[in-house]
Unconditional design. Structure first.
Length: 590
């Protein structure tokens, strides 16, 4: 029988961005809060100190900070009639593991969605007619508006200390920013990062073509900054060891640098690392959570009683825990009924690598979110009816690192091994830049998450099964971006270039890294028959369970998700504080 811990007011499952924020908000409200994190404890000092962090093999290739497949994985298949097999070697996406979660080793590209992306289905129907939505496409509205979220985007950006240039302040378009963004109530907290040579070349060519280049909103500090929690960041030194690494320099916004230092000082907050939550416990009628069961660092099973349970275990793990705990009806793709696991979606990216014999880019001078960006092909800028797809993308020229193992681009025809490869590396290192597109991915009836019928994890629980493949709509979108990027590429005049975009025969491949922007599975909405959570991220079925993270997105944005993930967490926290705590129960009547 599980050991029983003393009761707490709120238990947080996972300690990444979402539950660090939730910790601040719920302790502010006077609750006694405990966070349980399955990975180890980690902080800038001593864990991220130089020189150990500049070890590409350990961190970027062998994924020291990421989830270990032997500890937790899922099975993957392309279609409902296939057999799913376990994802034994991480590649396509890399969930985090440890205090700070993936926010410790992310890049820091931090966007807000365009307002219409939050009401995508309604926008498409009103603007282009419902006929253009393919029969199998299951896009929905989020159930919360951009205007409602704006104060929360603004505050999250101040907590992160974003470096950028606003394009639209209270409806007034600003020179040098993104003219296609939704309105914002204030300028970015810090000016943009310094520009690198690739940015400058790209921005000039983009401007010549009538586009609107601007600096990518970066969670890499451009100057000294103190955030609303009193946490301090110092300017990024473009060390080139950002994505997949902890920041050596207190420059990358992470839960550690922006939130946890302040949170750990609160007497009503505590956390335990190396504690994996196995399930949310429910009462006899399944309508209320009584707490969670976890395995502690000694392998002992513990029951943690709590009045409120907040899942912030990353999108995929939130869905797995809901399925294992019996929270909400599992989704069935055949009948289209049920909600938990529904609308899993990913991200549709492509890119070009450009080689110049006479240009030197010094790629070792790079930062996670160092890029110049163009948003002229965003969701709100594209005529879906005319183009024949629903979605959009931004494109950017980024220089994030010149790491010797992962970042050694070679022109077509260069040998792949041996003395010829070495010579090609010597001839080409530093002479390449890239232009990438980062695009939306729609949701479909047969792309979903459920429990695997065959494979189990070390605790004997069914693994989660992912059913996913690329669809023509999204491939049409990326092929549209390919034309735009090829035009810019040719205008830059490289000696050689390579293009890499999904084609109509592409199958989802778990091996190459794409993004860790897995969304959906526990989606928010306005109707319990089509969403697992209400508009405040509260479970429709178990009202003292709230679920944070990109699992709430009904389809994926054209952008990186964390800006919206953070804003939604503050939005949910406000509802918990102002509505739920004074009057516990469903915040929306079904
Ligand atoms: C390499 C990489 C680069 C990225 N770059 C960007 C970017 O540039 N821009 C962007 O917007 N997003 C980026 N992301 C995504 C971003 O990191 C996530 O959106 C964000 O971290 C999600 O926060 P979260 O709190 O939902 O989850 P996480 O950060 O994943 O935190 C969840 C925590 O829960 C823990 N956990 C899981 N299951 C359990 C359990 N059963 N019991 C206890 N604890 C559990 C995990 O160990 C983890 O620490 C990137 C991700 C990766 C991996
Ligand atoms: S590039 Fe900048 S933000 Fe990223 S790890 Fe290096 S110093 Fe930190």
């Amino acid at each position: 029988m599980a050991r029983k811990n003393p009761h707490v007011d709120a238990v947080l499952v996972g300690l990444g961005w979402t539950n660090s924020i939730m910790g601040m908000e719920l302790t502010d409200a006077g609750l006694n809060v405990l966070a349980l994190e399955r990975g180890k404890d980690q902080d800038t000092v001593p864990d991220f100190a130089y020189p150990k962090m500049a070890d590409e093999l350990t961190y970027a290739v062998r994924y020291k900070m990421m989830q270990r497949p032997a500890q937790s994985t899922l099975t993957v298949r392309h279609g409902v009639n296939d057999t799913a097999l376990p994802y034994r070697s991480l590649g396509s996406f890399l969930p985090g593991n440890g205090v700070g979660g993936a926010g410790t080793h992310w890049n820091g590209h931090t966007w807000r969605p365009q307002p219409q992306e939050l009401r995508l289905k309604s926008y498409v129907e009103e603007s282009f007619g419902s006929d253009i939505i393919p029969e199998e496409m299951t896009i929905q509205d989020f159930g919360v508006s951009y205007d409602e979220l704006e104060p929360h985007f603004d505050f999250f950006e101040k907590v992160l200390g974003l470096a950028g240039k606003a394009g639209n302040i209270n409806g007034e378009i600003q020179e040098g920013g993104n003219p296609f963004e939704g309105w914002r109530s204030s300028e970015y907290p810090m000016p943009p990062l310094a520009r690198t040579y690739n940015d400058v070349l790209f921005a000039d060519v983009a401007r010549d073509q009538g586009l609107h280049p601007f600096p990518l909103p970066a969670a890499n500090a451009s100057e000294a900054y103190t955030n609303p929690y009193g946490m301090q960041l110092g300017p990024c030194n473009f060390c080139g060891f950002c994505e997949r690494f902890g920041c050596i320099n207190y420059s990358k916004s992470s839960p550690q640098t922006c939130v946890l230092g302040a949170l750990k000082q609160r007497s009503n907050f505590s956390y335990r690392a190396n504690c994996e939550v196995l399930k949310v416990n429910l009462d006899s009628d399944g309508k209320r959570a009584t707490g969670v069961t976890y395995v502690d660092e000694n392998g002992e099973e513990v029951f943690q009683p709590a009045d409120l349970v907040v899942l912030g275990a990353y999108g995929l793990h939130n869905v797995h825990l809901m399925l294992l705990s019996g929270i909400g009806k599992p989704y069935d793709p055949i009948s289209g009924t049920g909600v938990v696991g529904k609308n899993y979606a990913y991200q549709m990216n492509g890119g070009a690598t450009l080689f110049f014999r006479d240009k030197e880019f010094n790629p070792f001078i790079g930062a996670g979110a160092n890029a110049t960006t163009v948003n002229d092909y965003g969701v709100e800028q594209i005529d879906f009816g005319q183009q024949g797809f629903i979605g959009g993308s931004y494109l950017s020229a980024a220089m994030t690192n010149g790491q010797p193992i992962r970042n050694m681009p070679l022109p077509s025809g260069a040998p792949g091994w041996g003395a010829g490869w070495k010579q090609a590396v010597q001839d080409n290192y530093g002479h390449a830049m890239s232009i990438g597109s980062h695009g939306s991915n729609m949701s479909y009836r047969d792309c979903y998450l459920d429990l695997d019928p065959t494979y189990t994890d070390p605790h004997g629980r069914p693994l989660m099964r992912m059913t996913f493949n690329w669809k023509d709509n999204d491939v049409r979108m990326t092929q549209f971006m390919k034309q735009k990027i090829e035009t810019l590429t040719k205008a830059l005049g490289p000696d050689d270039y390579r293009l890499s975009f999904k084609d109509f025969d592409s199958q989802y491949d778990v091996r190459p890294y794409q993004t860790t922007h897995n969304v959906g599975g526990a989606i928010m909405g306005t109707d319990p028959s089509s969403s697992a959570l209400n508009r405040y991220l509260q479970s429709w079925d178990v009202d003292n369970v709230f679920v944070m993270g990109a699992s709430a997105f009904p389809q994926n944005l054209q952008y990186n998700p964390t800006g919206l993930v953070g804003a939604l967490t503050y939005w949910a926290a406000k509802a918990i504080r102002e509505q739920y705590l004074p009057n516990p129960g469903p915040l929306v009547q079904a």
